[in-house]
Design a protein around this ligand. Structure first.
Ligand SMILES: Nc1ncnc2c1ncn2[C@@H]1O[C@H](COP(=O)(O)OP(=O)(O)OP(=O)(O)O)[C@@H](O)[C@H]1O
Ligand SMILES: [Mg+2]
Length: 356
């Protein structure tokens, strides 16, 4: 069987029945063809889709002449991108002691160089989008000083409990497991005046001492803005499968995107791509798009730094209104422009992870 024919067939096999717009080829991690026998390895972090994907692959490959089709699945974490290594020195490598977060298949950090660009909005809606696609999802609010997850997910009244061996049990809202320092503080006004070691300890408890229950397909970590302690601690202690950087289209925000990418390179976390938020405004009366911050240069910057634009989210008053009500717009208003844009980002992200 011809390799190109097989690849073309996989490319033409869409997976719309499970609500995604990508093809079998997008999930392919390995392919071997020997005479009429085909072996294919597919990326699928959730076992839920294995039967569906196996049947789909067998059907289409047999339809083009394959006699035997062997399908395997993988949820293996992508290999960490290794920036050029300096020659070994006596100094200890700070990344050697990194651990995987227990009971989580894929860990994605949502970050931004600049504050207020919509990181939490993206993190929350990405969690909801992945949940809607059928994945088991957790959301970890790592913004220790300004947690907004509990508000945006409507979890402010939810209780955190603990196991007898002191592991935190996260509550669940909209089918998403959530943990945030905001759920542990006595009131919303309690200032978090934590510094240094205390912050480190709390963060490390959030990373390694949470009992997420049934294994998560994705854990989305909502980071505080900038390139400070939390980001460095995260990079040095936990294995993160990739970072998504959120920006707005203005030049000032893009300068910070560059800093963000450089920081992730330094802490050896692969950058999966950039999400441009508040990209444009759609006039509700005419449906016309207005790029109110001028022509976007995000794609250019993404290319320059060897990454890609995962999607552009419009400014829509509904995004903020539903966030204040505690329902991600992806769940509250499925037919809105922003909701569709968030779903697309989730799909792009899965595509990107499947290629690593
Ligand atoms: N696409 C959008 N359309 C309309 N409003 C939005 C959009 N994205 C974010 N917002 C609103 O902008 C405000 C800031 O967003 P958000 O809290 O997500 O930013 P952030 O980057 O997490 O901020 P911080 O740096 O403080 O953590 C919120 O009120 C949010 O509801
Ligand atoms: Mg935030």
């Amino acid at each position: 069987m011809a390799l190109q024919g097989v690849i073309d067939t996989l490319k033409n096999t869409n997976l719309q029945e499970i609500g995604v717009s990508f093809s079998l080829a997008d999930l392919m991690r390995d392919l071997k063809i020997e005479d009429d026998n085909v072996y294919i390895k597919l990326f699928s972090p959730s076992e839920k889709y294995h039967d569906y994907l196996r049947e789909k692959a067998e059907t289409v490959l047999k339809s083009i002449g394959a006699k035997n089709v062997q399908v395997e699945f993988t949820s293996e974490p992508p290999k960490q991108q290794q920036p050029p290594q300096p020659p070994p020195t006596a100094q200890q490598n700070p990344f050697e002691s990194r651990r995987r977060i227990p009971k989580v298949k894929k860990v994605i950090a949502v970050a931004s160089g600049k504050g207020g660009v919509g990181k939490s909005t993206v993190a929350v809606n990405l969690s909801a989008a992945l949940r809607k696609m059928g994945y088991n999802v957790g959301y970890l609010d790592a913004d220790m000083y300004g947690p907004s997850g509990p508000t945006m997910l409507g979890a402010k009244d939810k209780q955190v409990t603990a196991t007898p061996d002191n592991k935190l049990i996260p509550p669940e809202v909209h089918g998403i497991k959530i943990m945030s320092i905001g759920l542990l503080l006595p009131s919303e006004d309690t200032p978090v005046i934590w510094r240094g070691p205390v912050l480190f300890k709390a963060l490390s408890q959030f990373l390694f001492d949470i009992n997420w229950g049934e294994e998560l397909d994705f854990l989305i970590i909502d980071l505080p803005p900038g390139t400070g302690d939390v980001q460095i601690t995260l990079g040095q202690t936990a294995e993160i499968d990739g970072a998504v950087i959120v920006t707005t289209p203005q030049d000032v925000a893009l300068i910070d995107v560059k800093k963000g990418i450089q920081m992730f390179n330094e802490v050896q976390i692969p950058v999966l791509g950039i999400v441009e938020n508040m990209s444009y405004f759609v006039c509700p009366d005419s449906g016309k798009k207005y790029e109110i911050f001028g022509k976007s240069k995000t794609e250019e910057v993404a290319k320059q730094y060897n990454t890609e634009l995962l999607g552009r989210i419009p400014i829509e008053p509904k995004v903020a209104e539903f966030a204040d009500l505690g329902i991600p717009v992806v769940l509250a208003k499925e037919d809105s422009e922003s909701s569709k844009a968030f779903m697309k980002v989730a799909e792009e992200l899965i595509k990107k992870l499947s290629k690593q």
